[in-house]
Design a protein around this ligand. Sequence first.
Ligand SMILES: Cc1cc2nc3c(=O)[nH]c(=O)nc-3n(C[C@H](O)[C@H](O)[C@H](O)COP(=O)(O)O)c2cc1C
Length: 153
Amino acid sequence: MDIPAARWYPAIAVRHSRRIFNSEALEAGVVSRLGEVCRDFRPFDGVRAEFVLESPDRIFKGAVGPYGKVKGATALIAFVGDTTDPHVNEKLGYVGEGIVLEATAMDLGTCWVGGFFRKSVAAKVLRIGGQEQVFAVTPVGRAVDGATREERR
Ligand SMILES: Cc1cc2nc3c(=O)[nH]c(=O)nc-3n(C[C@H](O)[C@H](O)[C@H](O)COP(=O)(O)O)c2cc1C
């Protein structure tokens, strides 16, 4: 896939992580575009983004971090990589931020979560095993209007 630089570059200045979403189902066009970009933006072997049309709540449940909780998202994107690849983090960072910028260009909220989520639950949701691991997850959806006080902490 060619990088849509004219869409992604301006999204860099606009993107802010968002954690509180409006709980509404995503429109069919949005679902299809997110699925398509996750399938097509695969510049490297060994890493990929997967769009999952389900709430990330069970992946985040019980995981406690220094930031606020994610609430109300109806979909997630998981960043999956091969643990034996020495450059897996760099590759996933590049692929993941591309996907995050595409979501931003679509007026959707995201929030990278790489530490405080349940990796075993994420692996089940993604049906992965062996050498692969879910390295990070982002909720994706329509964030509530304006950053909440919880998000501004
Ligand atoms: C690779 C990566 C992993 C992250 N992991 C977590 C995490 O596990 N938990 C969390 O609450 N925030 C995590 N964050 C931070 C948020 O995604 C976000 O960057 C932070 O709230 C600052 O907001 P900003 O992105 O609008 O600057 C991570 C960020 C990055 C880039």
